[in-house]
Every structure is written in C-alpha cells, then in structure tokens.
Design a protein around this ligand. Structure first.
Ligand SMILES: Cc1ncc(COP(=O)(O)O)c(C=O)c1O
Length: 388
C-alpha cells in the first residue's frame, strides 16, 4: 500500500549498529563526527535568543508566501554586510535548507527528471530527491593539491532530462569553495542548455583564511537558486529558519518567482515567532562564527601537528567548512576501519563512503569536536592507523 518512492532500505548500517551497541553498553567514546552546534560547548546569548521569540507581533497572523518582510529585509542585510546586493522580493523564507531544496526541485523537475550533484558531498540529497521523484546524477570533484569540479565529466553527465546543477559552496565535507573561474564555466554550461544552478551556501561564512567568497545570490549569468539558513550561519538548527534567493536573467527570474510563490503560498510554513526573531538570530552569527572559526583553526593546527609525527595518514587540503578529510591506508574498508576505531578504540569517525567518496581510504572528522577530545581522538586514530 505504500508508494515505491518510500521503499528505502531501513536496516541500519553496520556502523550505526555498532554505535547503538556501544551506547547501549554505556561505553564512553570520543565523537569526531559531531555536527550539532548546540551540543559542542559554544556560548550563545541565550537570554537574547529567547527574548527575540517573545515578540507580541507574533499574536497576529500575516500570511505572506515569501515570509515576513522584516525577516527578508534582515536576510538582505546579511548579504549587504557581505557586499552582495539582494532584493527582499527575491527571497523566500523556508523552515530549512532541505525545504528550500524541495521547493526548487518541485519548481524545476517533473518526475524522473535529473539534477546533477557533486561527488563526494552531503548524504541528504538522495532522500530529498527520492521524496520529490527526482533522479540524481553525480559529477565528480577531482583532487589534485585541492578540489576542483571535473567539468568534462559534468558536461558528459548532462542529458536532455537534466534540469539543474547543484553546487555546495563550500562543499561538505571536502571544504572547497566554487572558484570564480568555475562559476563562469558553470554559467556558460547552464545558460547554454537552459538549466539552473542550485547553490547551497550554508557554510559560506566559514572560510579558513578569513576571505569572503562571492555568493551566488548575485549571479545573473544563469538561472540561479541560492540556499542558506541559520542552522550553520548562526548555529541555530533548532530554530528552523532558512531561505532561498532567486537570481538570473530577468524574464526567467520573474517566472521562477511567480511559480515559487504558488508553492510557498500553499505551505506558508515559516512560523511568526521565528520569522520575527530572524533579525536577532542573524546578529547571533557574529559571536557564533568567531567561536567556530577559532575552534576549527585550533583543531586544524593540532591535526597538522600530530600528522607531522607520522607517515600513515595525511589530510586533504581544506578551504572552509567544519570537517577534515583524512587519507588513510586502504588495508580494509573504511566502514570496517570506522567500526574498529569505535568498538576497540573508543573513537567515532565517518567513513568516506558516507559522503560518497569514490573509493576506500578516506575518513571524515569534525572540527567542531571540543579541543581536548579532538586531540585525544586524533591521537587514537593515528596510533591505530600507524599499526595498519
Ligand atoms: C551542505 C548542507 N546543506 C544543508 C544542510 C542542512 O541545512 P538545514 O538544517 O537548513 O536543512 C546541511 C546540514 O548538515 C549541509 O551540510
């Protein structure tokens, strides 16, 4: 009686099972996979955050498919601080970046049509696509002293059914930003074929060298949807506040906005208290990002210090985001290695295949892990891998 699109394999993978067993046995472990910023020991201005949710204006219902204008103006202000011009009229508020993806997929794709996604990348895409009846086709990112888009493979992956190319800027977990030369090529490819660029910028503010990468919100060279939100920018995933910005050739943009307006009007999913609090929640990003960047830089320096003392493991170049990719000896599968690291040595890491790495020999660790744990966890990983 269920739709085929929900025929997912629900059996937990071996690593999840090992983690559940480890937890059930009450055994401690160092978690190098943490991604929930609210559980990583960062300080938030709790009083101000809660206070912002008590706005009396929330007692009135003011439905607007794009979301409350005050909130959209605050989002436009976030881009203005980055020296990018966005009109509040081109912004739709959503409850998550995932919801923004679903609006975009619904706007662009009929069932069975295709979107290109980078590989390696973030594992949620498969579910988002299944739910929207969209097929995903992967294009590789190549690593050669840094990550880059394999444009030859990307072009080969385009078929008459392709409706858009997703870029994650910077990508999770590889941490590479889309370079301006890559943006130019992407625009040429997409505009020539009438397909859209879909840019996920949730980690845009987290550049390791402190530089400010250009956002896709000001990209007019191709039909473009840019997605971001407060989960990462302000470290507030529980507030469910995100957005979608439309840019591109004027006539296409007007039509895209009109179609999105119908989708957004059908759900009107953003709630009033959170929308009214968005200006304050955006303020929170300054303190949050400072703490995150300081932890990421410290953990990266510690990782490099420990890596310098051995030869078995190296790390790939990282430009931004919250993760490091380790290249490890491929003497067994990454999943077997991750299970052994957890069960026998009390350290949780993500195997590369979780992020669709093309072959064995990669582990992903989170820089959000507090410093002492990070240092101990990495030391354990390197000791085990030194014996492989
Ligand atoms: C690249 C990327 N996009 C989107 C998200 C999810 O964002 P949201 O909480 O707004 O759905 C994540 C979460 O890890 C992510 O890594």
């Amino acid at each position: 009686m269920f739709a085929k699109r929900t025929n997912w394999n629900m059996t937990p993978n071996r690593l999840s099972e090992a983690l559940a067993a480890h937890r059930a046995a009450g055994k401690p472990f160092i978690d190098l996979t943490v991604s929930n910023p609210t559980e990583c020991g960062f300080e938030y201005d709790g009083a101000a955050i809660l206070d912002a949710l008590r706005n009396p204006a929330a007692l009135a219902y003011e439905p607007n498919p794009r979301g409350l204008e005050s909130a959209r103006r605050a989002v436009a202000g976030y881009y203005a601080d980055r020296e990018e011009t966005v009109s509040a009229e081109d912004i739709f508020l959503t409850t998550s970046t995932s919801e923004a993806y679903s609006y975009v997929f619904r706007t662009l794709c009929d069932p069975g049509e295709e979107l290109l996604i980078p590989s390696p990348s973030y594992p949620l895409f498969d579910f988002l696509a299944d739910i929207q009846d969209v097929s995903l086709v992967r294009y590789p990112l190549l690593y050669d002293h840094g990550w880059q888009i394999d444009f030859h493979a990307l072009e080969q992956a385009i078929t008459p059914r392709t409706r858009g190319v997703i870029v994650v800027h910077p990508n999770n977990p590889t941490g590479n930003f889309v370079k301006s030369s890559e943006m130019t090529k992407l625009n040429a490819i997409c505009s020539a074929r009438d397909i859209a660029v879909i840019a996920d910028e949730v980690f845009l503010d987290f550049a390791l060298d402190g530089s400010r990468a250009a956002s896709f919100v000001a990209n007019h060279g191709a039909p473009t949807f840019t997605l971001s939100g407060l989960s990462k920018i302000s470290g507030l995933p529980q507030m469910k506040a995100a957005w979608l910005v439309v840019s591109g050739p004027q006539q296409w943009k007007s039509e895209a906005l009109a179609r999105l307006e119908v989708i957004a009007d059908t759900y009107l999913s953003a709630n009033a208290p959170v929308q009214l609090a968005i200006p304050r929640f955006l303020e929170e990003r300054h303190g949050f990002q400072k703490q995150v960047m300081s932890r990421v830089r410290r953990n990266l320096a510690e990782l490099d210090r420990q890596l310098a003392g051995q030869k078995a493991v190296s790390r790939l170049k990282v430009e931004g985001g919250w993760c490091a990719v380790l290249r490890v000896p491929a003497t067994r599968s990454d999943e077997d290695l991750a299970i052994d690291l957890l069960s026998a040595h009390g350290v949780a890491v993500h195997p590369g295949h979780f992020y669709d790495f093309p072959h064995e020999g990669f582990l992903v660790v989170s820089f959000l892990t507090p410093g002492t744990d990070f240092s101990l966890g990495i030391a354990n990983v390197l000791t085990v891998l030194g014996r492989e």
